[in-house]
Every structure is written in C-alpha cells, then in structure tokens.
Write a new protein. Structure first.
Length: 90
C-alpha cells in the first residue's frame, strides 16, 4: 500500500503544476520501490515529464532523489535513510 507522498500534498505535476495525464513516479525505484511506497517517496509527474525523466533527464532524477532524501531525513533521520535506501544522494 502506498503511503501519502512526503514530497507533495496536491495531485499535480511536481515539476509543471499540471493536473492532467499524471503518473506516479517512485523516486527510488527498482529494488527500493517498496520502500518508496512505504515511506511516501514518490511524486506526481505529467506523463511526458515522467517519460523524459526515465529516458534521459538524469538532472531531474538526481534533484528528486536529493530533495526526497532531505525530506525523509528530516522525518526519520539519516541512519534510517541509509538502512532503507542504501546510498546517499547528497
């Protein structure tokens, strides 16, 4: 079950503010996807922004990982972040 996002409270694109054609983007994907759901490490992205992020926008990917880590650590602390996600993005 996905917990509410720690990154945003409104259902709108985190980047553009659009409310159309939104996808849920797990900030930490792959083997960390379940932890992203558990701790709310996800954002809404407009579909085209989401596809661009996965195909080539490494700057946005890094920005989201860094911002999410800061928010996570303000709630749970650095040790918990490292235990759950295994790598610092700061």
């Amino acid at each position: 079950m996905r917990k509410p996002s720690i990154m945003q409270s409104e259902k709108e694109c985190f980047v553009t503010g659009s409310t159309q054609r939104l996808d849920c983007h797990h900030v930490y994907a792959g083997s960390r996807r379940k932890a992203s759901d558990k701790y709310g490490c996800w954002v809404w992205l407009r579909h085209d922004v989401h596809m661009d992020l996965h195909q080539r926008n490494t700057a946005l990917d890094r920005q989201l990982k860094q911002e999410c880590q800061l928010r996570f650590e303000s709630i749970y602390g650095h040790e918990k972040f490292m235990k759950e996600f295994g790598k610092s993005y700061l």
